[in-house]
Design a protein around this ligand. Structure first.
Ligand SMILES: O=C1CCCN[C@@H]1CCCn1cnc2cc(F)c(F)cc2c1=O
Ligand SMILES: [Mg+2]
Length: 489
């Protein structure tokens, strides 16, 4: 399977679908909207999990596991939210040949699974804060077009569900978690995001407020929600009776948060950095960070080949002792060029070449996957240069993606400039009235024959100053704040 047949700029969605399969991240599966995560993908999910899990554990969050099945009655406890989602809920109706007298839902999210037990476990302020997380799969029978990692009917995520005695504690944690989400995207995946609050229209109906990290795909001009951290207020604790005795022997409902990050994060990284030769992986998540390729001459004597292979083994051991993840490719039945394509397609950040001249000169060639730049490194500097170069690649990938992201944000104050930005496949940062009917109106007016309408992606925490007398770009009403708008997944 040589390279890709579709160029990223020619047909983005075809390029992406082809890439995730050709790079052995994904296999399409028998059930529509479901995908197999192969080791090259799962290993990256494990890096994300490890980093996020270590961080929430430092906060005092504990992992647990709750059942995936929900009875109809229990699912309908939060009826007014679930009814909007009802079409997405998958049900078990039969076991073997016998119909169930009551169908059982497969969890699309776990509030209704967990909170009845929170109500049992939380009686006193001493039982607070209760902070649990679970790493699970969830099922949502989406009808929108499925896309590997980005939208699937089953996906992996973590869902955190925390309960506090006071709103202040909940507010603090919402932002701590959101900062971790920004860290997953920017520090691990080298993907820039904007942190902000969702509008009342876009927030989770059950939440008091929703905060979000918003990514963007310049190639198709679409925003994509990266992860979400909700403050639920006392909405769910009143629904589920999660009450506690306060220190002064009064009664109060708990203040809750819930927060989630999914395997969608990998899809955003692939879309952001991939090119026409394949994946370009940020070193911090790359399953293998360096691939060492010996290049013996066909006329090399056996002892020369053996010496070369020995040297490769020595480099592998030395780099692995510095926790560098090393692949080696000794295959003699493939040409160097074929091997270069193979590992470029898989996005390995650094290729180390070792040929006959390198054996004579005691050098290696390091080739960067992100820029293609090559450099000669003396053998005795390999152990220090490789980790340094990996960090440089990580930083450069984020900087490049950040520059591109920022170039896609147009600050606008008029409708025409807003539409021009959207038609430029850009986002628009615009002053607005912060009213739901404005969003409804913009969604309709900005829809074109071949592109959906725009929505608010978030109200960025970092707000530009609002000029005196500024008006809403869409309604002309007095502007309340700046929102980031875009077409989105
Ligand atoms: O977004 C998160 C973070 C992790 C925990 N859950 C919250 C809210 C999830 C909002 N949501 C999202 N999607 C849903 C789909 C359904 F089919 C359904 F029955 C319910 C929901 C639903 O409540
Ligand atoms: Mg949904």
């Amino acid at each position: 399977q040589l390279g890709l047949s579709t160029k990223k700029a020619d047909d983005f969605s075809k390029w992406y679908s082809e890439l995730v399969v050709a790079s052995e991240l994904i296999s399409y599966y028998d059930v529509s909207g479901c995908y197999i995560l192969r080791p090259w993908a799962f290993s990256m999910w494990e890096v994300v999990q490890r980093w996020f899990d270590d961080n929430i554990k430092k906060l005092g969050v504990q992992n647990a596991y709750f059942p995936m099945f929900i009875t109809e009655d229990v699912l309908n406890t939060e009826k007014d939210h679930v009814e909007g989602f009802a079409p997405e809920v998958a049900w078990v109706t039969r076991a073997g040949n016998s119909e169930m007298d009551k169908p059982i839902a497969i969890r699309p999210t776990s509030e209704t699974v967990m909170y009845p037990y929170y109500a049992q476990w939380i009686r006193s302020h001493r039982d607070l804060p209760l902070r649990l997380n679970q790493w699970t799969n969830v099922v949502r029978w989406e009808f929108k077009y499925p896309t590997p990692f980005i939208r699937s009917r089953e996906f992996l995520w973590q869902e955190g569900h925390t309960a506090f005695a006071t709103q202040a504690e909940a507010d603090t944690e919402v932002r701590q978690i959101l900062d971790f989400y920004a860290g997953v995207y920017q520090e691990l995946l080298a993907v820039p995001v904007t942190q902000g609050q969702k509008s009342d229209k876009e927030k989770f109906a059950g939440a008091l407020y929703t905060t979000t990290v918003e990514a963007f795909i310049p190639d198709n001009g679409r925003g994509v929600q990266g992860a979400t951290s909700h403050c639920l207020g006392q909405n769910f604790s009143k629904m589920f009776g999660i009450e506690f005795e306060t220190e002064d022997h009064g009664k109060s409902h708990a203040w809750q948060n819930s927060w989630g990050l999914t395997t969608r994060s990998l899809g955003v990284m692939i879309m952001t950095h991939g090119d026409d030769k394949g994946l370009v992986l940020p070193p911090r998540v790359a399953p293998k960070q360096v691939v060492i390729i010996p290049i013996p001459k066909s006329s090399s004597a056996p002892e020369q080949v053996a010496a070369m292979f020995e040297q490769v083994k020595a480099f592998k051991a030395s780099l692995e002792s510095s926790s560098v993840r090393v692949e080696t490719d000794y295959r003699t039945n493939y040409t160097p060029g074929w091997k270069y394509n193979h590992w470029e397609l898989r996005g390995v950040p650094i290729r180390m070449e070792l040929g006959p001249k390198d054996m004579d000169n005691k050098t290696v060639v390091l080739a960067r996957r992100d820029t293609g730049a090559k450099e000669f490194v003396p053998w005795d500097q390999v152990a220090t240069r490789v980790p340094e170069l990996l960090e440089q690649i990580q930083a450069d990938m984020l900087a490049k993606a950040k520059a591109r992201y920022d170039a896609c944000v147009e600050t606008v104050t008029t409708w025409d400039a807003f539409m021009a930005a959207l038609n430029n496949k850009h986002m628009a940062l615009a002053p607005w009235a912060d009213e739901e009917e404005v969003e409804e109106d913009v969604k309709k007016r900005s829809a074109t024959a071949d592109a959906m309408g725009a929505k608010t992606l978030c109200i960025p925490f970092e707000q530009p100053p609002l000029p005196e007398g500024a008006v809403c770009f869409a309604s002309g009403k007095p502007a309340k704040n700046w929102a980031l708008w875009g077409r989105s997944y």
